[in-house]
Design a protein around this ligand. Structure first.
Ligand SMILES: Cc1ncc(COP(=O)(O)O)c(C=O)c1O
Length: 391
C-alpha cells in the first residue's frame, strides 16, 4: 500500500517550516517518537530514573522485539548501544586479530571504520586490503572472490556509503563470506530505515546501525545485531556488569546473548523512542519506504542534472535516498550555509570521508541532499530551484 504522505507529514509538523533534505544526517522524528521520549522523561522527573526504568521495563524489552522484527532476527541477537560507531566497534574489536590476519573491506568504507582498521593493523600486525569497485562504483564481487585466502578473518563493508547514492551488494557479499566461512560485518547505518533489511537473506554475522538517520529515531541511539551462531566466539573489548556476571572473586561468566555487547547505563527515554521509531517505520512498511525514497531521489537527480554547472556524483546500479552533487565554482559548505538561512537543510562532506577513492576519482567536497518518504515532489522542485538560483 502506498504511504499516506499527508498523514506522514501531519506526524512531522516541522515540515511546514523547513525543507529537510538531511535525513542521512538526522531525520525529523515523527510525533509518536518524540512523545515516547517526553513521556518517559516526565516519568523520570516525577518518580526517579531507576523507578521509571522499572515501570517501562516491558516497553524497553519490546524495543528488542521491534528491532528483531525489522531485521528478521531473534531478540537475543540484538544489543542496544549509543550509536552506530559503538555498535560497529564493539563487533569489530570482538573478533581479535593476530599478525598476518587479513581484513577485506570496500573502497567506500565509513571513515571511522577504516580508522579502526588502521589502529588494529598498527597494534596487531593484521593486514587490511581494499577490494576495488566495479565500473558502477559498487564493490567488485569477482575481485572479492579472487582476494580471499585462508588468512582472511573478516569481511567488513558499508551497505550504503555516507556520501553517495549507491547500495553495495550486501547479500552477494554474504554468499561469498558464507561459502568461505569468513566472518562478515555489515555497516548498515545508512540503509536501515530506508531499505528492507533481512539479516538471514544478507547472510551477515554482525550488523551495526543508528537510530537518528533513516529510522527517524532519537540521537544517541544505535544497535548491533550479532548472529546467534557466532556470539560465543566473540569477546567484546569492554565488559561490565551488564555484559557478564561476576560469579567468583576471580571469575566472571559472559552472557550468551547479544547483550554481552551492551553496557549498563543507558538513556531509557531515547531507547524507548528508538523502539517507537522502529514500530513507526514498520507501520509504513520498508518496501514502500524504499520505493518512495528511491523515486524522490531519482527525481532530484534528474532535476539537478538539468541545471548548468551542477554535476550529480552518485554511482551504483541500485541507488537510494542519498543524492550528492557539486556546483561549479561553489564551495559545498557555502551552499549548505546559504540554504540553511532559507530553512532548506542539506549537508556537505569533505573528501576525507573517502580517502581511498577521492584522489583517484579527484572527488571534491560534495553537497549531500538526502530525501525521505515524508518529503514531497514539491520540495524536490523547490530544492532544485534553490540550487539553480545559486549556480
Ligand atoms: C555509513 C555510516 N556508518 C557509520 C556512521 C556512524 O554513525 P553514528 O554517528 O551513529 O556513530 C555513519 C554516520 O554518518 C555513516 O554514514
Amino acid at each position: 500500500m502506498p504511504i499516506d504522505i499527508e498523514q506522514a507529514r501531519r506526524d512531522t509538523p516541522a515540515v511546514s517550516k523547513i525543507l529537510h533534505f538531511n535525513n542521512a544526517g538526522a531525520a525529523l522524528m515523527p510525533a509518536p517518537v518524540l512523545q515516547a521520549q517526553l513521556d518517559h522523561l516526565q516519568l523520570e522527573a516525577a518518580i526517579g530514573g531507576y523507578e521509571a526504568a522499572a515501570a517501562a521495563n516491558d516497553r524497553m524489552e519490546a524495543t528488542y522485539d521491534s528491532i528483531a522484527r525489522l531485521l528478521n532476527a531473534d531478540r537475543a541477537e540484538i544489543a542496544l548501544v549509543e550509536n552506530a560507531t559503538v555498535a560497529w566497534d564493539m563487533a569489530f574489536h570482538s573478533v581479535g586479530f593476530a599478525a598476518g590476519d587479513r581484513i577485506l573491506t570496500a573502497e567506500a568504507e565509513y571513515e571511522s571504520n577504516h580508522i579502526a582498521f588502521l589502529q588494529v593493523v598498527r597494534r596487531s600486525g593484521a593486514i587490511v586490503d581494499v577490494v576495488p569497485s566495479d565500473a558502477a562504483g559498487e564493490l567488485d564481487l569477482e575481485a572479492l572472490e579472487r582476494m580471499i585466502d585462508r588468512r582472511v578473518k573478516l569481511i567488513a563493508i558499508t551497505h550504503v556509503p555516507t556520501n553517495g547514492g549507491l547500495v553495495n551488494p550486501a547479500a552477494e557479499v554474504g554468499r561469498i563470506a558464507r561459502a568461505h566461512g569468513i566472518l562478515y560485518l555489515l555497516d548498515a547505518c545508512q540503509s536501515v530505515g530506508q531499505i528492507p533489511i533481512d539479516v538471514a537473506a544478507i547472510g551477515c554475522d554482525m550488523l551495526s546501525a543508528t537510530g537518528r538517520k533513516y529510522l527517524r529515531g532519537p540521537r544517541g541511539t544505535g544497535f548491533l545485531y550479532v548472529r546467534r551462531g557466532v556470539l560465543d566466539r566473540l569477546e567484546p573489548p569492554f565488559l561490565d556488569l551488564q555484559s557478564v556476571t561476576w560469579v567468583a572473586p576471580d571469575r566472571y561468566e559472559m552472557r550468551h546473548d547479544a547483550r554481552r555487547f551492551e553496557n549498563w547505563e543507558r538513556n531509557v527515554a531515547a531507547q524507548l523512542g528508538l523502539g517507537s521509531a522502529v514500530e513507526y517505520a514498520l507501520g509504513w512498511g520498508l518496501a514502500d519506504i524504499e520505493a518512495r525514497v528511491a523515486a524522490l531521489a531519482d527525481e532530484l537527480r534528474r532535476r539537478l542534472t538539468e541545471i548548468p554547472g551542477v554535476s550529480v556524483r552518485d554511482r551504483g546500479r541500485r541507488r537510494c535516498g542519498i543524492v550528492t552533487f557539486t556546483v561549479e565554482g561553489k564551495q559545498p559548505r557555502d551552499i549548505v550555509a546559504t540554504l540553511r538561512q532559507r530553512r532548506i537543510h542539506c549537508h556537505s562532506s569533505g573528501p576525507s570521508l573517502v580517502l581511498i577513492v577521492a584522489p583517484e576519482r579527484r572527488l571534491p567536497a560534495l553537497v549531500r541532499a538526502s530525501v525521505h518518504y515524508y518529503n514531497t515532489e514539491e520540495e524536490v522542485t523547490r530544492f532544485a530551484a534553490a540550487i539553480a538560483a545559486l549556480a
